[in-house]
Design a protein around this ligand. Sequence first.
Ligand SMILES: NC(=O)c1ccc[n+]([C@@H]2O[C@H](COP(=O)([O-])OP(=O)(O)OC[C@H]3O[C@@H](n4cnc5c(N)ncnc54)[C@H](OP(=O)(O)O)[C@@H]3O)[C@@H](O)[C@H]2O)c1
Length: 323
Amino acid sequence: MRALTLVEYGGQLTFNDVPRPTPARDEILVKVKSTAVNHLDLVQASGTLRQILPIDLPWIPGHEFSGVVEQIGGDVAACAPGDAVFGTTTGTGAYAEYLTVKAAAIARKPSNLSFEEAASVPVASQTAWQGIFDHGHLEKGQMILIHGGAGAVGAYAVQLASYAGATVIATASGDDEAYLKSIGAGRVIDYRAAQFEKVLGEKVDVVLDLIGGDTQKRSFLVLREGGHLVSATQPVSQEETARHRVSGEMMRLAPSGDGLGRIGRLLEEGRIRPDVATVYALQDAAQAWKDIAANLPGAHGMSPNGPGAARARSHGKIVLRVA
Ligand SMILES: NC(=O)c1ccc[n+]([C@@H]2O[C@H](COP(=O)([O-])OP(=O)(O)OC[C@H]3O[C@@H](n4cnc5c(N)ncnc54)[C@H](OP(=O)(O)O)[C@@H]3O)[C@@H](O)[C@H]2O)c1
């Protein structure tokens, strides 16, 4: 099968013929329709964090996908060949014609979503869900501040928190205010024009930090005592959490097919919606990586083009069409 592979850290992605993987008893073989680009793809490929995020070279990137079940392992009962599915990868990457994945990591594709839209969902939506509910313990009637609300993860966090009955405040570029209000934000603070801790005027129960750095540090000033600071980008200072009498942790996505299925039902009911910024053909992945590199937070040890560097559109996922 054809796959985009990386042969050395920092190298170019090139098309290669690689053996089609065979599913183990608890896996399925998926014919990939689409995949989506994540910051993590670039960070892993660069090797800057190879001590904590190692890859086996040659490497096929791609952490999420949509596609059609081609073959199932002997122990798999939950799906059958021909089913349309989406999910996060558990082994081989998704920048390829086929991949094998644990059956426990996938869910049925929502019928109202295209394969391109479905591929954009698994990583961002599950990160948002786990950040606000599992780690942030957000409840109905509480107030949450979401940093980077217009980004891929942030947009799901805004929608899910709003659907759960919380009051949602998001930081974002001013250009994204109307978009964020249309998906459930009650208030948007333009991070380019104001310091959120100076203009907020009240304390919040939960902060979801999708930015890191100074934004994370200043977040302690707006959390109520006993509140939760959850970061998806970098560790949270335990000295500061103790000093401010709050809890704080860095989360790492723990994907699950059941969790994705729950999100899939919300998408199918129209309670939340996906956001695809651009669709590229798989062979144009290098351009897609250039687009997303402009928005990489410096927290990953890579150099972004500058905070909030200009790009065509500051929300929505970049999707790669595979088949
Ligand atoms: N821990 C995990 O398991 C996990 C999983 C998924 C993602 N992540 C991480 O979560 C972070 C967010 O991912 P994403 O995919 O949502 O990113 P994204 O789609 O690139 O979105 C980033 C957003 O942040 C905005 N922004 C930039 N600087 C800001 C600031 N100082 N204050 C407020 N907003 C700002 C950008 O707006 P402008 O472009 O208008 O500036 C953009 O809308 C990344 O660091 C990613 O690696 C972690």
